[in-house]
Write a protein that binds this ligand. Structure first.
Ligand code: SF4
Length: 209
């Protein structure tokens, strides 16, 4: 196991955020499925990590109602409705853009369903590959803005941002109408008040951006 994992789990626990370790994405998918009761509704945030786990298919196949805004063929209005429903589902699943070794979780969001779900859903599971661990909070922001966001802009194809071309964040000019700012909302989770509300699944392989 990566030597950063055990101290990170302890640092998360100090912040009232229980964390578990899974060695690979398949065991992480099993772990997440076991953490979500079958009768619960589930919201998701856009995440390559969750796609790699195949968690939506797994939960839907066994009967969970998943508010999946990425279902092919749906209208923009349906997409927005599913985002709203997902943010108030029984469980909300997400990945962090970065997590510092001290246990600070950094998330960027465009529409805000992601930040809404993470901050206020009754139960939240954050899945995080080992590639998202950074030494400091500052490096977590750098990773989120100069690595993850440009790749997500490329992946999704409909986000015109200054960082798209060269990976350099120019947040001082990244506003409409010239640009469609992907990281419109910034969330750092430093601690959790409600016991067991927010949990982290750390995965011992590279997942997502
Ligand atoms: S603020 Fe704009 S330029 Fe900076 S990372 Fe976010 S989308 Fe890219």
């Amino acid at each position: 196991m990566d030597q950063r994992i055990e101290p990170l789990i302890r640092n998360l626990q100090k912040r009232n955020i229980p964390a578990v370790y899974c060695s690979d994405k398949d065991s992480a998918a099993l772990k997440v499925a076991a953490m979500v009761p079958q009768e619960c509704t589930v919201g998701i945030s856009g995440s390559v990590t969750l796609d790699q786990l195949g968690i939506v298919r797994r939960l839907e196949a066994r009967g969970n109602q998943v508010f999946n805004q990425y279902k092919p063929g749906i209208s923009r209005d349906e997409n927005l409705l599913l985002r709203r429903q997902g943010a108030s589902a029984d469980y909300f699943l997400a990945s962090a853009n970065a997590i510092s070794e001290k246990g600070e979780l950094v998330f960027l969001s465009g529409y805000g369903n992601r930040t809404a779900g993470i901050t206020y859903a009754s139960a939240v599971i954050v899945v995080c590959g080992i590639n998202k661990i950074t030494a400091t909070r500052e490096e977590a922001f750098k990773r989120a803005r100069e690595y993850a966001t440009p790749l997500n802009c490329k992946r999704l194809g409909n986000w015109h941002t200054p960082c798209l071309a060269d990976g350099i964040c120019r947040q001082e000019i990244c506003f409409p109408p010239e640009y469609r700012r992907m990281c419109a909302q910034v969330l750092v989770i430093e601690a959790e008040v409600v016991p067991e509300r927010l949990k982290v699944v750390l995965v011992g392989e590279n997942l997502g951006f």
